[in-house]
Design a protein around this ligand. Sequence first.
Ligand code: MD3
Ligand code: FE
Length: 204
Amino acid sequence: MIELASGLIYRPAHFSRAEQEDLVAAIRGVVRAAPLFTPAMPRTGKEFSVRMTNCGPLGWMSDRDGGYRYQELHPETGERWPAIPEALLALWRDVAGIDAPPEACLVNFYAAGARMGLHVDGDEKEPRAPVVSVSLGASCLFRFGGTKRNDPTKSTRLESGDLVVIGGASRLCFHGVDRLYPGTSTLLPNDSRLNLTLRRVNPA
Ligand code: MD3
Ligand code: FE
């Protein structure tokens, strides 16, 4: 357990290879029910390089006209999101430190070359709940800073099986994924990466 910053807990290799394979199988089931979609920036409509889907009662999305939001229905199928896999609910109970279940699990799919610019996860209304993050597949260079966009940043490499719990003073800090490292995934094909984030959206 490493505290990268106040409230930012990093657990390298939290998940065994077998656990990672089971998570990938569960997420394949999620993607079958709720296909990956390409979010777009509010107003400009510029597409993200990361594709996404969700499981849980709520899912995060963004498009040009509606902006960043959580909603109950998949933007393309119009169906409810599938359930959060039990292993991820158990993870949340173990590490979240709050007596209310997660409402959303955002599934980020990074094909080779995809990245995520610096941003704050600010669409959740329960400040006591952390964001719980699981990385699978290719390694990436992750960057995090302070609560202001221009605060200095630190970089760290995230690898398959790593767990990050973002709570406390780090919950509203800027962060992003600068790049993926090719040739580092034996779990997923084509140098791709999955990141799963469990979130409490509404007040507990
Ligand atoms: C550090 N995902 O979906 S998760 C996101 O790897 C997102 O796909 C990244 O940022 C990914 O919103 C990183 C880990 C994470 C999340 C929030 C943080 C790290 C954080 C907030 C502050 C500092
Ligand atoms: Fe984020």
